[in-house]
Ligand binder design. Structure first.
Ligand code: FRU
Length: 501
């Protein structure tokens, strides 16, 4: 069954004309023609993950919720399928799965191209940029300029993100002389007495800097965070800071820091810290490096702002690729997808607070037919599925997905680690690093449940409902539908998933 929803894809047609003025200045007018019937059926086009309609995408940006709409902005090069001058692409959704593509929100200007950042609803109109007593939507982003370096700018919208105006006194935060100074994630910090302040969490080469502001326009440096024991294999990027309840119901703060390269399985990955934030500085519990995902393909992920208290979830989305090979993966019309949306929760293992990433419950609305998996070999009917398996207690386990071309991926759960091999998964030659075998240490975690979400060119593997995660892209020449199992109970189930297009 196909869902009746159809996204509206806007085709941007640029009409250039020469004005008959003294200076013969070229002007550009953009005409947007909605194409209500896009074809999203290319060989590797994800069917229930977000992709740009055309061309290049990297990090999710400006994720904010307003009036029933999840906004997703993203790093976008509208003119090519490789990274280049960055814009903010834009889409909205009512469930984080069915997306409506909207026109580009932010274009480069004389201060630079538009790198990653966040968006908030300015409740109380602290910035004064709201019209007619409304609370504006404010985007806070990095301007990247080859000579002027990186600064932070803001833009505002008074029509639910449909049109944007850059703030006239940009940048709001000048560069202090450090080339890597980017990816502001802004949130409201409640001081508990009815007042509060904005906090900007910023990646500054290999540390996180916190700034505060009463109005999103004037920023003051508060503190830096860079403990000696953290992972410094690459540049720190795309941070996020938010509170979560621990298992005992106490508030803990979580700091996400993406790092490239230096990930546990090569290239890009996201480390996180749990601890305390007092409105000025962050202090971490323990001194252990923790990773949000051990797969190679979950980078620059951050969480949605302004999710209503009545929902209460901390919703996360990552970019499903890796800078090692993102520019050369074998797709042409578009490049890159986002991960499934995930709900972040803390759990405790041997006295440590760890972050679980659980697929959002909305995914179940895509369920079509289900089948029992009762034998050790099973032929799946379709490549869009959620496979739900229970591991046999005490033994090791192997899960293999393959096709008649002898292409395969193999997942092994051993006593102390997980091993994932995509080296024979189809098209792998485009990059040497892509063929690496990935490992995730279990660190005392006992695996009982394995949940695998398969789309046209990705597998997202959640162990124990997200206590350990591997997100992996792959490009088989035909779907991997033959399932072979060892060390798995005979009460598994597969739920086939409907496409969201
Ligand atoms: C992370 C990143 C960010 C930067 C953006 C540029 O993938 O390098 O630090 O803002 O991509 O596209």
């Amino acid at each position: 069954m196909k869902t009746p929803f159809k996204p509206i894809v806007y085709l941007l047609i640029t009409v250039a004309f020469t004005a008959c003025s003294e200076n013969k200045k070229e002007q550009k007018t953009e005409v947007q023609i909605p194409d209500s019937n896009p074809v999203f059926d290319e060989a590797y086009r994800p069917q229930y993950h977000f992709t740009p309609a055309k061309n290049w995408m990297n990090d999710p940006n400006g994720m904010v919720y307003l009036d029933g709409e999840y906004h997703l902005f993203y790093q976008h090069n509208p003119d090519s399928n490789v990274w280049g001058p960055m814009h903010w692409g834009h889409a909205v959704s009512s469930d984080m799965l069915h997306w409506e593509h909207l026109p580009i929100a932010l274009y480069p200007d004389s201060l630079g191209t538009i790198f990653s950042g966040s968006a908030v609803i300015d409740k109380g109109n602290t910035s004064g940029l709201g019209e007619g007593g409304k609370n504006p939507m404010i985007a806070i982003f990095t301007y990247h300029h080859p000579e002027k370096s990186q600064t932070q700018g803001i833009a505002y919208s008074n029509d639910k993100g449909r049109t944007w105006t850059k703030y006239e006194n940009n940048p709001v935060l000048e560069n202090p002389g450090i080339p890597d100074f980017r990816d502001p994630k802004v949130s409201w910090y409640d001081l508990g007495d009815g007042t509060g302040k904005w906090i900007m969490t910023l990646a500054v080469k290999n540390k996180i800097s916190f700034y505060s502001s009463p109005n999103l326009l004037d920023w003051e440096h508060e503190s830096d965070f860079n403990p000696t024991w953290a992972s410094y294999g690459g540049v720190w990027e795309c941070p996020d800071l938010f509170p979560l309840m621990d298992q005992e119901g106490h508030e803990k703060w979580v700091l996400l820091v993406s790092i490239n390269p230096g990930g546990p399985n090569g290239g890009s990955a996201t480390q996180y810290f749990t601890g305390n934030f007092d409105g000025k500085s962050f202090s971490a519990d323990g001194n252990e490096i923790k990773w949000i995902d051990y797969g190679a393909d979950n980078y620059a992920g951050v969480t949605w702002s302004d999710i209503p208290k009545s929902d209460g979830r901390r919703l996360f989305l990552g970019w499903m690729s890796n800078w090692q090979y993102a520019n050369v993966v074998p797709t042409n019309v578009w490049r890159s997808a986002m991960t499934l949306p995930r709900n972040l929760e803390l759990f405790n293992l041997e006295g440590k607070d760890l972050l679980a990433s659980r697929p959002v419950k909305e995914i179940k609305t895509l369920y079509d037919n289900s089948e029992k998996i009762e034998a050790t070999s099973h032929l799946l009917r379709d490549g869009l599925f959620h496979l739900d398996l229970k591991k046999t207690e005490g033994s090791s386990a192997t899960i293999k997905l393959s096709n008649a071309l002898e292409e395969e991926v193999v997942l092994k759960i051993q006593e102390d680690k997980i091993v994932f091999d995509r080296s024979k998964s189809g098209q792998v030659e485009f990059n040497q690093e892509f063929q690496a075998i990935h490992e995730a240490p279990l660190n005392g975690l006992e695996i009982y449940d394995i949940s695998i979400y398969s789309d046209k060119s990705s597998l997202e593997i959640f162990f124990n409902d997200g206590e350990l995660v591997l997100t992996e892209i792959l490009f088989p020449n035909s779907p991997l539908l033959k399932l072979d199992l060892e060390g798995i109970e005979n009460n598994g189930e597969v739920h086939y998933l409907n496409s969201t297009w």
